[in-house]
Design a protein around this ligand. Structure first.
Ligand code: SAM
Length: 278
């Protein structure tokens, strides 16, 4: 038995025949000390509904409940995991809701009521799509007060990268215009069963109440797509598809037209998007 009175995760996997499926991005964490550390990275859990994507056999789910989450709503696509998750529900009556669905299809705003946070060891094949979906809702501020997510390290670096870093790109700009983004700690591949090919990292994102400068998100995405679509080109040429005369826009904003997109700050991209709106 583990501290929560439930069987060790290795045993859960064996009992329920949960051989990991690559097609579902299944790499499981068995060490409750590690999953509790991830749960704590989300800050205060009491008083919050925690949305977890892909609970699998429940290592992180159990950690979230042990660390005090008022309620966990866990969205899992693989129905083979449901009996294992039912055992956790029985151990924490009324505190765990399991939704057997594809997280990409869930209409979050309709199912989540009250303060909520998202905490997940994401399936790698849909991790970026899920993040972009959470960062581009119709309403802002969004329904969640933070995102604490495990990604492949390379994706985590892209999310938190600053202008001039190798990993800086469209995902950095969208993430940081919307949120305060911090890469927290790495998780070695050996912590997973089966081990993935690369290191993973936890990223913590806190939505900004107001995204500054206040451009339209679609226009920001249009500008960054143009800039990074031809990232080796200078802005005066890569932005030609967006502005007929890029130099006439860049110079008044104090942005050197010979700069490349990878050197332009999030704020400057947002200011360019504001010009596009006028
Ligand atoms: N949370 C568990 C852990 O940390 O050990 C499992 C994490 S594993 C990396 C990803 C989980 O997401 C798997 O259980 C997988 O079945 C589930 N999953 C994959 N695609 C999904 C989707 N589109 N919607 C919901 N769950 C999904």
């Amino acid at each position: 038995m583990d501290d929560d009175g439930l069987p060790p995760l290795r045993e859960v996997i064996a009992t329920h025949g949960l051989a990991a499926r690559k097609s579902l991005g299944q790499n499981f964490l068995f060490d409750l000390n590690l999953t509790r550390r991830i749960a704590r990275a989300a800050g205060k859990l009491e008083g919050y509904t925690i949305v977890e994507i892909g609970p699998g056999p429940g290592g992180l789910t159990r950690a979230l409940l042990m660390e005090g989450a008022t309620k966990v709503i866990a969205v899992e696509r693989d129905e083979r995991t449901l009996p294992a998750l039912a055992e956790i529900q029985a151990a924490y009556p009324g505190r765990l809701e399991v939704i057997n669905a594809d997280a990409l299809e869930v209409d979050w705003a309709t199912i989540i009521k009250g303060p909520a946070k998202i905490v997940a060891n994401l399936p790698y094949n849909v991790a970026t799509a899920l993040l972009v979906g959470w960062l581009t809702p119709k309403e802002w501020p969004p329904w969640f007060s933070s995102l604490t997510l495990m990604f492949q390290k390379e994706v985590a670096m892209r999310i938190a990268a600053k202008a001039g870093d190798d990993a800086y790109g469209r995902l950095s700009i969208l993430s940081q215009w919307r949120c305060e983004a911090t890469k927290m700690f790495d998780v070695n591949r050996s912590a997973f069963t089966p081990p993935p090919k690369i290191t993973s990292s936890i990223v913590h994102l806190v939505p900004r109440a107001v995204c500054e400068p206040p451009c339209k998100m679609e226009l920001l995405e249009r500008i960054t797509a143009a800039g990074f679509g031809q990232r080796r080109k200078m802005l005066r040429s890569s932005l030609k598809g967006v502005f007929p005369n890029p130099e006439a826009v860049l110079e008044p904003l104090g942005i050197d037209p010979t700069t490349r997109a990878e050197q332009v700050s999030v704020a400057d991209f947002a200011r360019l998007a504001m010009v596009l709106d006028t």
